[in-house]
Design a binder for this molecule. Sequence first.
Ligand code: C2E
Ligand code: MG
Ligand code: MG
Ligand code: MG
Length: 285
Amino acid sequence: KAKSNGRNGYVIYDPILKESYKDKLTLKMDIEKALENDEFMLYYQPQVDIKNGNIIGVEALIRWMHREKGMIYPDKFIPIAEETGLISKIGEWVLREACSQVKKWQNSNLPLIKVSVNLSVQQFLKSDLTEVIKDILSKTEIDPKYLELEITESMAMEVDYAIKILKELRNLGVRVSIDDFGTGYSSLSYLKKFSINYLKIDKSFVWDIMNDESDANIVGTIISMAHNLGLEVIAEGVEDKDQLKFLQQGNCNFVQGYFFSRPICAEDFQREFYNLQREFKKKIK
Ligand code: C2E
Ligand code: MG
Ligand code: MG
Ligand code: MG
């Protein structure tokens, strides 16, 4: 089971990677090459309305299609990209790619859905963030409300700065969610001041809902607190029916997880959209 990878989903460097990247410099150079050679790819995981099974959006999740090593997951290169400053370039590529993909879907036979993009710390702190996003929105011609940015609690620790940037983003018309919620130290009083739309409950809480009473209580509390603040809640890492039922009873708004679908490539998503949605509608009953 995926959980054996650890509570936060962190996978230990696999031996092959560890062997070939004894030093960070080699990895850094390889990431630079990967950017030039277009080796990054976005996978998309559906986000589902818990009440009717509709697909309301997708989360874009980056993968590195390495020529020799195969697919490499973000936990293995995003931290180094962060450390070496390469994350800004990668992050900008992700935003452009995700927005142009959502535009393509909107021009196809799919209903209008949004795309969520994970922001890195560096991206969030860079002074040109809103300008970059504004530019991407206008070039890809998507309505801003179909772009959602995911930040983590730790990014919002610099409270005054976060309030300012989140306001700017809100003014652009994009939506913002707090990812991995519950693992950081957000204070309720700050949450109220942030211009955000959603809380995403971290998967470590969802996994233990059925076995750990305190995790179940935490999830219930997060949901009602979020609703009191006028925010909607999305639960990530939903892997089975029992977890879904618990979340339904707790009035959670949206769900995302392997129980519905793993992240898949854009072509598969577009081709399977209506089959997936039909399946989801059965699953939520
Ligand atoms: P995240 O944003 O919290 O994304 C959710 C992670 O949980 C994804 O892992 C997803 O594949 C996985 N997941 C979803 N449902 C389930 C489930 O039911 N069970 C289990 N075990 N896992 C599930 P992934 O794709 O490996 O991404 C890991 C993290 O890497 C992300 O966590 C995010 O923090 C970061 N990341 C991914 N793409 C990007 C990106 O484009 N930019 C930045 N800055 N970070 C990214
Ligand atoms: Mg995320
Ligand atoms: Mg998360
Ligand atoms: Mg995470």
